[in-house]
Design a protein around this ligand. Structure first.
Ligand code: S3P
Length: 168
């Protein structure tokens, strides 16, 4: 079995760009949970949150993760909330090597503040929300096999680091 490479971590950490590069580099199929769900529902994440609520979105994430736990040789780009759920984490760990792309609240804020596509951060105090969410999620994220600090890394550096850490 060739284990999946699973990227977890908060919004803005670069999971999408890094996973795209890895997929090309390793010639593997990439699955983004966000893109998969948007396609399945025929709506953007923002529309899904607006029309059906976060609970529905989280259920779609869980269904997908369960399905992916039977597949191998993938690069999986997890939306920021996917790994903040022990059941999902356990499924992902079952056949995957998990990389936590770590980012600090101030850098998240800088990277996503002008992006309207993150419904969770559209409230009045996004930085406070980022800090709260990150604090609550760290316990989950830190169960990854490897942790890579992305605050000071360029995308290429993170990609190289993942390739270096991959068990041979
Ligand atoms: C979320 C992160 C987003 C997306 C949704 C919820 C979260 O994905 O799944 O807006 O709960 O952190 P990215 O991490 O790819 O931005």
């Amino acid at each position: 079995m060739i284990k999946n490479i699973v990227l977890i971590g908060f919004m803005g950490a670069g999971k999408s760009l890094v996973s795209n590069s890895l997929a090309k580099e390793l010639n593997r199929e990439r699955i983004s949970t966000d893109e998969w769900i948007e396609k399945k529902e025929g709506k953007t994440i923002t529309e899904i949150f607006r029309d059906s609520g976060e609970r529905h979105f989280r259920r779609l994430e869980e269904d997908l993760v369960r399905e992916l736990s039977h597949r191998e040789n993938l690069i999986i780009d997890c939306g920021g909330g996917v790994a903040a759920n022990q059941k999902n984490l356990d499924f992902l760990k079952n056949n995957g090597i998990l990389f936590y792309l770590k980012i600090s609240p101030a850098v998240v804020y800088k990277r996503v503040k002008n992006n309207p596509h993150r419904p969770l951060l559209q409230g009045a105090e996004p930085l406070k929300k980022i800090e709260e969410l990150l604090k609550a999620r760290s316990l989950f994220y830190e169960q990854a096999d490897f942790i890579i600090d992305t605050d000071t890394h360029r995308i290429e550096d993170t990609v190289r680091e993942v390739l270096r850490l991959l068990p041979k």
